[in-house]
Design a protein around this ligand. Structure first.
Ligand code: UDP
Ligand code: MG
Length: 312
């Protein structure tokens, strides 16, 4: 592989404050990769303005050049959609694209290592954080638990990797076949398959501006992530129902014994039995209905069933 044209995709929401310095850093990095012969001169940076309200677009326009492009969305669509918009806009003109946040909390210095891995044959290269000491306690614990729950629910995702990754042209082309509205790229990308690699880095603090992921948005994001990849929570309802039924059985035996011992208040036996039994039936019913809805849910996503990587 001689010349790799790289696109660096940067989603921006209210990032006017950091953009000039981000752009300078990225340009310098790109320049050095060009002079090392890692990427071609045609490589470029593309800023996706997620309809900011602080003049980000004006900054992007001012920075535009043959190497710097800008795309502005018609309304705020959120981080994940902004990423996809950038990837799609870069698709035709690049061999690989890297997505990185505008605040450069993710270390742009590892871009060269990512490109090297790509040249060695990886289609997907994840930027993975070595540790999370720069995060608040809240963010650290919630993130740790989130990845644990995701894996527990059978969703394949890379721990401590956010949306800092390199995708090859064919990986992007496959990604664009996923027509779902509820985008959770961290879950979709591992499903693409091919050869995947990881590159480690230390995450820094945000240089300027504010985080667009307060706790509430983070929780929403986590719930979206889980529910767009797993129908297991529904199956849990079914098993919960089974547990209730078994409990009803146990309580039934106990209640009958107490009844014959004459130690119960009038009506207690039937009441306690019906509570556990009916709740169990209801939960099992919900679980069964949910199981079908889950199937419909998976079907309507129309995700590709398989992809051919190579042919002889
Ligand atoms: N972002 C976006 N649209 C949004 C929210 C965030 O394009 O609705 C961008 C934001 O400009 C940044 C990236 O997504 O480039 C990650 O956001 P941020 O750094 O605020 O998240 P954190 O690092 O605090 O999790
Ligand atoms: Mg950030």
């Amino acid at each position: 592989m001689d010349s790799v044209t790289l696109a660096i995709v940067v989603p921006c929401y209210d990032e006017a404050e950091v953009l000039p310095s981000t752009n300078a850093t990225l340009l310098e990095k790109l320049q050095s990769m060009v002079s090392q012969g890692l990427v071609s001169k045609a490589s470029f940076i593309i800023y996706v303005d997620d309809r900011s309200e602080d003049g980000t677009w004006e900054v992007v326009r001012a920075l535009s050049s043959p190497v710097v492009r800008g795309v502005r969305l018609s309304r705020r669509c959120g981080h994940q959609c902004a990423l996809l918009a950038g990837i799609e806009a870069a698709f035709d003109d690049c061999d690989a694209c890297v997505t990185i946040d505008a605040d450069l909390q993710d270390d742009p210095d590892i871009l060269s290592e990512m490109v090297r891995r790509f040249r060695e044959g990886a289609d997907i290269v994840y930027g993975v954080r070595r540790d999370r000491h720069t995060d608040s306690w809240m963010k650290r614990t919630s993130a740790g638990n989130f990845y644990r729950v995701m894996r527990g629910l059978g969703v394949d995702c890379v721990s401590n990797h956010a949306d800092f990754r390199l995708l090859s042209h064919r990986a992007v082309s496959d990604l664009l076949q996923y027509g779902e509205r509820n985008l959770f790229l961290r879950g979709i990308v591992p499903q693409l398959g091919y050869d995947q690699a990881e590159v480690y880095y230390d995450r820094r603090k945000r240089m300027a501006g504010y985080s667009k992921y307060p706790v509430r948005r983070m929780l929403d994001f986590a719930i979206d992530g889980i529910t767009s990849f797993s129908v297991r929570p529904v199956r849990m309802l079914f098993w919960l129902g089974v547990i209730f039924m078994l409990t009803a059985l146990g309580i039934g035996i106990y209640a009958v014994v107490r009844y014959f011992q004459g130690e119960t208040i009038e009506g207690w036996t039937s009441l306690i039995l019906s509570i556990w039994f009916c709740t169990g039936i209801l939960l099992i019913g919900l679980g069964i209905v949910g199981e079908y809805i889950g199937k419909i849910y998976i079907e309507v996503k129309h995700r590709p069933r398989y992809r051919v990587a190579e042919k002889t």
